[in-house]
Design a protein around this ligand. Structure first.
Ligand code: MG
Length: 388
């Protein structure tokens, strides 16, 4: 089947010269024939949406555990919000929306059950065995752990999508990656260079998304109140604007209108600040971007506003006694599971039990669990029900 006339060239023409162009992709680890109607980044996005790890995100915690309420963000809805925000910024900047969407939808695939609590506990358990980093785990999911193709493990995504997924990486892990794949996605952590603009953008969109939705979820949970946010200009400025236009607005509708304006303000701020930075840098290709300082950015004012908001959320939400208590319980679940499977690997699914790298197999198995599967397994193996 031939692609409809010049689909690829037309799309390419809409991209800025410094955007990632699928026609110039550094390719996949296993060569595959081109698809008739989709370019390589669209294909990456589609592979991610159809993966098992993606479906599991619906039952994985963002901040509030799955059982705590039906309306809180999960890793899945968080990832969709990141994709929406990143695409809204990518289009006016003429960056590659398909690549941005692929990276955003995949960025949290490696997260353990129970959010950061689970990842910290698993990292402690793996301290003597190479540690556990969720970004690296997201890469492991798409490179090795998904089983969907007859010819290879993983999803065989392009370099550019994999580069975006590996947001952070320790030096030791970067060296390990570089040994396996010279000049590959680990290299930039050794060279201290930047990833594509699309990858940089997903990073900021992630931050915009969770800063806003954690306010919403935090207030919904009753752990924080809107009044407590009085010292947070990123929140009070749009709230005061909304009240100036709609003086009788209150309650939930005022909160939503505030968050809506807050999101818009940050999106436009990134578009403006990044346009200016791109102009000053004079970059004219995706490869030049990698040699520059980060170009996708907030203005200095918004950057400071985000820092204040983040500080607020840390003090008042992430370290709220109720969240801390659940965190400790979740960490106990992960630690008990790790000990139980290392002691008796046969308790795991057969293909994990059969692996020679026992601790890493256990970490992969636990990291892939949804919150509720982890709780059920914990009860089966210990006889205790720590979380509802
Ligand atoms: Mg995220």
């Amino acid at each position: 089947m031939q692609p409809p006339a010049s689909v690829a060239t037309k799309r390419g023409a809409l991209l800025a010269p410094y955007a990632s162009n699928p026609a110039q992709s550094r390719g996949r680890r296993h060569a595959e024939p081109a698809a008739p109607t989709r370019d390589d980044f669209q294909r990456d996005r589609d592979r991610i949406v159809h993966s098992t790890a993606f479906r599991r995100l619906v039952y994985k915690t963002q901040v509030f555990l799955n059982h705590e309420g039906d309306l809180f963000r999960t890793r899945l809805t968080h990832s969709l919000e990141v994709a929406q925000l990143a695409r809204s910024i990518a289009r006016p900047l003429r960056l590659n929306e398909d690549l941005v969407e692929a990276i955003a939808l995949a960025h949290d695939l490696g997260h353990t059950p129970f959010g950061h609590a689970g990842q910290d506990a698993l990292n402690d358990c793996m301290a003597a065995h190479g540690g556990f980093e969720h970004n690296l785990q997201s890469l492991r999911v798409v490179d090795e752990l998904e089983e969907r193709y007859p010819q290879f493990d993983g999803l065989n995504l392009t370099f550019e999508t994999r580069e975006g997924i590996l947001k952070h990486c320790s030096r030791a892990n970067a060296e390990r990656l570089e040994a396996l794949e010279p000049g590959g996605v680990g290299r930039r952590f050794l060279d201290r260079t930047q990833p594509s603009l699309e990858a940089q953008l997903c990073n900021l969109a992630d931050e915009i998304a969770y800063n806003a939705h954690d306010i919403d979820d935090g207030i919904r949970s009753g752990l924080i109140t809107a009044d407590q946010l009085d010292g947070v200009p990123l929140f009070t400025a749009p709230r005061d604007e909304a009240l100036a236009e709609h003086p009788s607005l209150g309650g939930r509708r005022l909160l939503y209108e505030t968050i809506r304006r807050m999101l818009s303000a940050q999106v436009y701020d990134v578009i403006d600040a990044t346009s200016a930075a791109l102009h000053v840098s004079g970059v004219s290709s995706a490869d030049e971007v990698r040699q520059c300082a980060p170009l996708v950015q907030f203005s200095a004012g918004t950057r400071a506003g985000c820092a204040t908001l983040k500080q607020f959320l840390f003090r008042n939400l992430y370290r709220h006694p109720q969240v801390v208590q659940t965190t400790h319980q979740a960490q106990d679940v992960v630690r008990d599971l790790f000990a139980a499977y290392v002691r008796d690997p046969a308790e795991m699914q057969a293909d994990f039990a059969a692996r020679a790298d026992r601790e890493r197999a256990v970490a992969d198995y636990i990291a892939g669990m949804t919150d509720r599967f982890a709780v059920r397994e914990h009860e089966r193996l210990t006889g205790q029900r720590i979380l509802p």
